[in-house]
Design a binder for this molecule. Sequence first.
Ligand code: IMP
Length: 434
Amino acid sequence: MNLAVLGAQWGDEGKGKIVDLLTPHFEIVARYQGGHNAGHTVYVNGRKFVLHLIPSGILHDGVMCVIGNGLVIDLRALFTEVDDLARMGIDVDGRLAVSEKAHLILPYHRELDVLSEARRGERKIGTTSRGIGPAYEDKIARRGIRAGDLADPQALEHGVRENVNARNRLVQETTMDWRAVLDQLLTDGERLKPWIRDVSLMLSEAMRQGQTILFEGAQGTLLDIDHGTYPYVTSSNASIGGVCTGLGVGPRMIGAVLGVAKAYTTRVGEGPLPTELTGEMGKRLRDSGNEYGAVTGRPRRCGWYDAVAIRYSVRINGLDALALTKLDVLDGLERIDICTAYRVGGQTLTELPSDVSRLSQCEPLYESMPGWSSPTKGLRRFADLPDAARRYVARLEDVSGIPAAIISTGSDRTETILRHDVLADCRLPDFQDA
Ligand code: IMP
């Protein structure tokens, strides 16, 4: 059975670890959207790997890793990642496939990202400055350059010239030389060539041969361009629809959907975060959870678990179950709050408002639960959790409307509780303990 693993909050939920943990059960791991704005941190035997573009499945021998058409690729970032992996003894050759239809991030996209943020002033999005938005803009405007175009120097020259000239009309302080951009792309094209594939066809053939696929999401549902807190979102479909459009697979090929959520909430960048804690408790969560962006190093905004946002994610994605991460970060807290509804304009809301300005005015309505003093860090069996931690998880399941099939109690693969009974109930594969 194929499985989609995606973020149920505002990104940084710990998808990298969960994907890494489940990868041995699949032959293929396929990314479907985003770019090197993502930072998937995985710890294996004390070694830290941060992957931005290449699926974290690459850390497992024999697993094929796919970069779908739904991504935007900065080739400099891709090659750096390939080189870094090589230095760690991991060879991607024969194990990496890049869709010929994936769009490229070119040097002017990065500078346009920074410029556009500066122009927005106080209304800035707080992007990762990686050129993600401008590259998707070019894609939608039908002037983007795709990975497959590198094999057609004439068409490439035309596209690069047009696009760089458009950039030069926009940014008059400096002039970019389209020939230099073209030369670099032609060189890069040679290196990329062995990995280029018709990804949709490749996946379809693999499935016909009985292979299974793990679809790996980046960012999170609340950052989705359509279903997130627009305009404070990324520029791709991080939610489930992205799997079909970003890889060229049919919806019935997605066997089950696992949403990854922290046992609390974080967000990096601007935009509403109803349960945000700006005082001491926010700092406490940030420090114990090491909540600093894997890409930009920015401190993440932290708050209590927001069940309204999670229920929304359950609905948008049709989630079968949750993988609940970072439970151990809550160790030692006297009380833990859970947001079950919002209060706005004298009304109680149990559903996420679609209007971002209304969402910004929402006050969280909390339930308070007792915390636990004995550590959960590293525990591997649900029964071993302190009573209060088990009650907290059970309450999160109640208010979220789906079970927590996996609970992460630390950053290492082995620091995980796989609830085999719950996995079976949600029709998920019976994953083996790490
Ligand atoms: P962009 O994707 O760089 O355009 O940034 C748009 C918004 O998405 C900003 O608020 C970023 O902080 C956020 N964002 C992008 N990628 C990630 C991620 O991987 N984790 C968390 N937030 C992200």
